[in-house]
Each structure stands twice: as C-alpha cells, then as structure tokens.
Design a protein around this ligand. Structure first.
Ligand SMILES: [Zn+2]
Length: 464
C-alpha cells in the first residue's frame, strides 16, 4: 500500500502587502523532502511504500497569489494523479494560508485531492496551532493533529503523531471521523502560551485524549487574527473512530477553551511605543530590548515602519541604542557605494547620519539574502536592510557587522523575543505599535469575521 507525503505551508497576513513569490518558498522535491519531514520511517516501518511529493514553505507573508498557489498545488496534485491508488496521503500544512480569490488554501487543496482519490483513501494533516480551521475541513480530512505548544516546539512530534495515527488506521481498517467545532473567540496570539495555565492543563488533556484507542487527534486551535476571513477564529477539532465521539469531545474541548477566554493577558511589560521608549531610557538594566510587535517580520509584516526609530531620534538618548532591521531597499541601494564613515542623508528618513558598517542579512534558513547598512545618528544606530529580515539571534547582528553587546537599548521587529536573544536581554518591553501584525483586535478593523466574536463582544456561548 502506498502513502503520499507532501507539505505546503505559508501563514498569511491579509494586512501585509508583501506577497510571497515562488522563490520565497523553501523548496524540496522527491527524497529531499525528508530533510524537513520526519514521517518516512513511520510509514516504512509499517510496510507502506512511501511516495514523496514536494515540501514548500514560506515565511509569514501577505496572501498567496493565485499563480504561486497553483504552481505548488499542481505539483502535489501531479503526485496524486500518478498514484491514484494510494491508500493514504500525509500533508503537513499551516492551516492559515489565504489565497487570493480562493480563501483557505488548505481546504481547496484537499478538495481537489479528494476529486482524484477514492473516499477510502485516508488523508491526515499536521497543522499549526494558529490555524484558522474552516468548518468544512472535517468533510475532507480524516485525521488532524495540530501542534500543542506555543511558542512552537513540537513540530516534529506533531508530524509523527499524525503519521502514526494514519498508519494505524490504515492497517486496522479504521475510517476516522473528524469534527470541527468553531469557537467564537480570537484572543491575541501572543497571550496564549501553553507552558502557562490554563493552557498547560488543557493541552495535557488533549494529549491524554489521544492516548485513547479510538481517538487519533484531539486539538485546540487558537486561530490567527491577521486574516480577515469568515473562518478566522479558534476551534476544537477531534478525529475519532466514530462520529459521535469526535463531536462530543470537540464540543467539550471547545467549551473548556471558551471558559478560559478572559484569562489571557500579557505576562510581560506590554505598553504603547512612547511609554516603552520612556521606560527604556529610564531603566537601570544593562541591556533592554524593545519588540516592535505591530511590525513583526516573523508574523508577516514588512518591517518597514520607523515609528520607534523616530521616537528614539527625537529623544536623543544618552544610552547606546540600536534599531535593528528596518526594511528600506532605497536607503541601502542608494547609499551602498558610500564608504564607512561617510556623511549621508537617509532618503526615507530625511535625516543626516554617518555610515557605520556595511553588512549582510540572513534568511530563515540562515542563508545570506541581501545587504544591510548601519547608519549612526548620535547615540542611535539604525540597521537598514534591503529586504525584509528577522533579527532573531546574535548571529544576525554579527552578519550586519554590528556589536550587539555594545548597546544598552535594542529594538527588534518581533513579538516576543526569540529564545536565542533572551540571554542578552536584561529586560524586555513589548511595544504595542501599529502595523500589519498589530495585536490589538479592536484596531484591526476586521470586516469579514463572524460576529459576535470575543473579545470584540462579550456574550454567552456554548458548543451544541
Ligand atoms: Zn503558529
């Protein structure tokens, strides 16, 4: 018996303007996909012939344009067309891919796969905890296993859970049922952390449910507020041997998550940008990080806003300050030929500064993706990058030829600080800035989501 393996992932942000191009996807085909997917041995060990398709994964970006979507989707469909007798299909997707003119990219993909294979073919998904699950998905997918951690640390484990369940159901002739229970809540992603209560207990409960012989996936999905679409919300999804069990547990989990909705809040200093700047300037800590959460490049934003840079320039700080990773192609390109030490006017800012260093920027896989220029304005250094990038670890500063340890205040375009930066941060301020990844739901102007939706409205609700 054959099992097809594929992955197609991109978390969309309908507030962002940078659409992912074909080359923005990290791409592998054939046996190379197992550099990223860890399920082959599970299927092989169980006696299946494993058919690799493609792996295509892009950083969070604006919606996926139709031609880019079709380009990758068709490659997966081609594999399915060549192996229509497959007993199973394993797909690793995000769950919040929004495609222009289509809507949910994952739903469309699985609908088209279903037209090619028989209803006996079992389809299993691994999905991100921030997936906006569509109501219909359960009609097409037999097993869904989502991450159980935020920040995510169980991606591999989640692949293996789904693969193990798929192999088990195929070998035992089980045709599972998946029930999707939407939950009308859309709490700030950054406040829902699974290592803390109440989510630690709730996720432990989902893991325990999956120990039952007749339950193959028990999941809470938190949803993702930067897509303005009808399927944007939290959900509970259970895949079980019979439809009644799946529905009952999905509703139970949904009601439990709903009951906790008022418990999510920031556990760190989250303040408006002016207040973050004030606190950073007055703080006694050796090094203070500020995250520009509204322009978070790891959440689909472009990283091009200058709000915090301008606030620091106005403040003329007496502390050494670095604003890292402002996307500004024109500044880098037009000033690149100037030597270090040159007095220049920064085009997008209209301010004079001195070129401090020329450097390089890194992509998600730590490959070099472009150039950056660091320009000094008094005590403030700003790193301008020709492309969107994420300053997520010290290595990004090293590549830019900037000494991270020489600063007392560091601004990065992230939500929470990545673990790799935490050793350098004696204090962390979360700036509630505007931008494509703004975390204030009331400021997002969402028009297409289902209403009422907590926290925009508070109301009584129960899954039934
Ligand atoms: Zn996620």
């Amino acid at each position: 018996m054959k099992i097809i393996v594929a992955s197609f992932q991109c978390e969309s942000n309908t507030r962002a303007s940078l659409h992912p191009g074909k080359s923005d996807f990290e791409y592998f085909s054939g046996e190379d996909i197992y550099k990223k997917l860890v399920v082959k041995d599970i299927f092989a060990r169980n006696g299946f012939e494993v058919i690799p398709s493609i792996y295509a994964n892009a950083l969070p970006s604006a919606t996926v344009e139709r031609d880019v979507y079709e380009f990758y989707k068709e490659q997966i469909l081609d594999t399915v067309r060549a192996h229509r007798d497959a007993a199973g299909i394993y797909l690793y997707v995000h769950g919040s891919m929004e495609v222009d003119g289509i809507g949910s990219g994952e739903l469309q993909l699985v609908k088209e796969i279903r037209q090619l294979v028989s209803r006996d073919c079992l389809i299993a998904f691994t999905m991100d905890l921030h997936a906006n699950i569509t109501d219909e998905l359960g009609q097409y997918v037999d097993i869904i296993c989502g991450y159980k951690t935020a920040p995510h640390i169980d991606q591999d484990e989640s692949q293996r859970r789904a693969a193990t369940a798929l192999a088990y159901c195929l070998k035992n002739g089980i045709k599972p049922h998946t029930y999707v229970q939407k939950i009308p809540m859309l709490v700030k992603g950054d406040t829902m952390l699974t290592q803390l209560e109440p989510l630690r207990s709730l996720e432990a409960e989902t893991a325990q449910l999956e120990q039952q012989e007749d339950i193959f996936g028990a999941n809470l999905f938190f949803g993702h507020c930067w897509i303005d679409a009808p399927n944007t919300s939290a959900s509970a999804v259970v895949s079980a041997a019979d439809a009644q069990t799946a529905k009952q547990w999905a509703q139970t989990l949904a009601n439990k998550l709903w009951a906790t909705r008022k418990e999510y809040r920031f556990r760190i200093e989250a303040e408006l940008p002016e207040e973050c700047v004030r606190r950073a300037l007055q703080g006694n800590e050796k090094r203070i990080f500020i995250t520009d959460s509204g322009d978070n490049t790891t959440a689909g934003a472009e990283g091009n806003t200058q709000e915090l840079l301008k606030l620091f320039l106005q403040a003329e700080p007496n502390k050494k300050t670095c604003v890292a990773g402002i996307t500004d192609f024109d500044t880098v390109d037009s000033l690149w030929d100037q030597p270090d030490g040159a007095f220049v006017t920064v085009p997008g800012l209209g301010q004079k500064g001195i070129i401090k260093t020329h450097g390089e920027i890194l992509g998600w896989a730590k490959e070099i993706i472009g150039r950056c220029l660091t320009i000094t304005f008094g005590n403030v250094d700003a790193i301008f990058t020709e492309k969107r990038s994420g300053f997520i670890e010290k290595g990004n500063f090293d590549k830019a030829n900037v000494d991270l340890l020489g600063y007392e205040i560091v601004v990065v375009k992230l939500g929470y600080l990545f673990e790799e930066l935490k050793p350098y941060a004696d204090r962390e301020l979360f700036a509630l800035t505007d931008g494509a990844s703004c975390v204030e739901l009331s400021r997002l102007n969402l028009k297409n989501i289902v209403r009422p939706m907590y926290p925009l409205e508070d109301f009584d609700w129960a899954a039934k």
